[in-house]
Write a protein that binds this ligand. Structure first.
Ligand SMILES: NC(=O)c1ccc[n+]([C@@H]2O[C@H](COP(=O)([O-])OP(=O)(O)OC[C@H]3O[C@@H](n4cnc5c(N)ncnc54)[C@H](O)[C@@H]3O)[C@@H](O)[C@H]2O)c1
Length: 399
């Protein structure tokens, strides 16, 4: 039977930015079908019914209770993930929840427990650790050709802090700042490449702009139980753009203008107050007056999260938007990744193998709780000025 004959039937909670970014995937990948949704914004609900012919509900609970929904995609603000995942699981629904999994380890534990009791699956994503070049680098490491991973180095300079935000996205206590939103990507990538089990974290975080009063930057040193270590650096105040080191390809796998960060700051100058800023964000999302559908045609490069280098005993692997450049005793060669025909198809790949082939998720609850633990340790290390030892780490699931 072809996948399109039995697509995974999704109900969506939250039709905002994350959903908008997944929209090209949902529209083009026949392995999923959007059957229901809830968002408090009436315009988004109307657009959903018109675009997908799906049912729009008046509450998150109604989506979870809808008998036609198999999996619930939770794409609401971070602070809602824990409650909504549990709600879905209590209705017997499997869940795909956006990163970060939650804002505390206690919430992650509750989500895992409730899903286990209900016998429902949990996948945390999209995150950029789903990207094809990351998975390719992992396969190359698993081939054994390069020996063990010794060191990983990841660096990303973006305009994150100057994109339109909701007020809580600029308040660390409510999950704001680059540690919760962006380390969730970068730490997941670094863990996936170095083996998963982080022993300790030492980090410094930067709050350099009082008008955006949350973490905008960090630098972290991670040690791993297997002896590897990693550095992860992120600057969301970026005047500079590390995409220039990625062949000029942006995070979404498309060509990016050299002055994109400058343009973001120019647009931010037109913002008058926090309510208007939040409204600008909303209006650019699905159902909003400024919404434009991202390109659905096949990109010629993969999505990525900036430069990542993996040093193994017998070779260095440099992730690029199109694959992995290998440097070893035989010189240098390029191993191409299969650029997905549909953007972010890798998320649906994992969803499909879990939903239809009974495989264990790579980005399951315990894996993703461990990433949240590292993110929280970044913040704690800055506060305490010392190394933070970790207790909830897990190795990469074997497939
Ligand atoms: N993987 C990625 O690339 C990516 C990109 C952006 C955001 N995200 C994640 O997605 C999540 C949402 O962030 P965002 O930027 O999309 O925020 P957003 O504000 O753009 O969208 C959130 C949406 O949720 C809706 N909402 C609010 N309360 C709700 C409720 N009770 N039930 C259902 N819907 C509700 C809002 O009306 C809004 O449309 C965050 O956890 C963020 O980390 C991931």
């Amino acid at each position: 039977m072809s996948p399109s004959a039995n697509p995974v039937r999704l109900g969506v909670l939250g039709l905002g930015r994350a959903f908008t970014l997944m929209l090209p995937t949902f529209m083009a990948d026949s392995r999923v079908k959007l059957v229901a949704a809830f968002d408090p914004r009436p315009d988004a609900r109307t657009a959903f019914a018109q675009t997908f012919g799906g049912r729009v509900h008046e509450s998150a609970e109604a989506v979870c209770a809808d008998p036609d929904v198999e999996w619930v995609y939770v794409a609401t603000p971070h602070q809602m993930h824990a409650e909504q995942v549990q709600l879905a699981a209590r209705h017997g629904k499997h869940v795909l929840v956006e990163k970060p999994m939650a804002l505390s380890l206690a919430d992650c534990a509750k989500m895992i427990d409730v899903c286990e009791v209900a016998g429902t699956q949990l996948i945390v994503g999209h995150s950029h650790s789903f990207n094809a070049p990351v998975l390719l680098a992992r396969q190359l490491i698993d081939s054994g050709a390069f020996g063990r991973v010794c060191m990983v180095h990841a660096m990303q300079y973006t305009d994150f802090l100057y994109r339109p935000r909701r007020p809580e996205e600029l308040d660390t206590a409510q999950g704001g700042g680059v540690v919760f939103s962006q380390a969730a990507h970068q730490v997941d990538i670094v863990r996936l490449l170095a083996g998963g089990e982080v022993s300790s974290v030492r980090a410094l975080t930067g709050r350099w702009d009082p008008t955006r009063p949350t973490e905008g930057a960090y630098s972290a040193l991670l040690t791993f139980a297997n002896g590897a270590f990693a550095s992860a650096t992120y600057n969301g105040y970026g005047f500079y753009d590390t995409d220039l080191l990625m062949d000029g390809v942006g995070e979404m796998g498309r060509p990016k203008s050299r002055d994109a960060h400058y343009q973001t700051r120019v647009r931010m100058k037109t913002v008058t107050d926090e309510a208007q800023e939040a409204a600008v964000k909303t209006e650019r999302n699905f159902g909003g007056s400024l919404f434009t559908l991202a390109a659905t045609e096949a990109p010629d490069a993969c999505q990525h999260f900036g430069p990542v280098l993996v040093s193994c005993e017998h070779g260095d692997l440099r992730l690029t938007p199109r694959g992995v450049q290998v440097f070893d005793e035989n010189g240098s060669r390029f191993v191409p990744a299969v650029v997905p025909a549909v953007p972010r198809a890798e998320v649906i790949d994992e969803l499909w193998t879990v939903a239809r082939e009974s495989r264990v998720p790579l980005h399951g609850g315990r894996w993703s709780q461990a990433t949240v633990e590292v993110c929280l340790a970044l913040l704690e290390s800055q506060r305490a000025g010392q190394d933070i030892m970790l207790k909830h780490q897990v190795a990469l699931p074997r497939h």
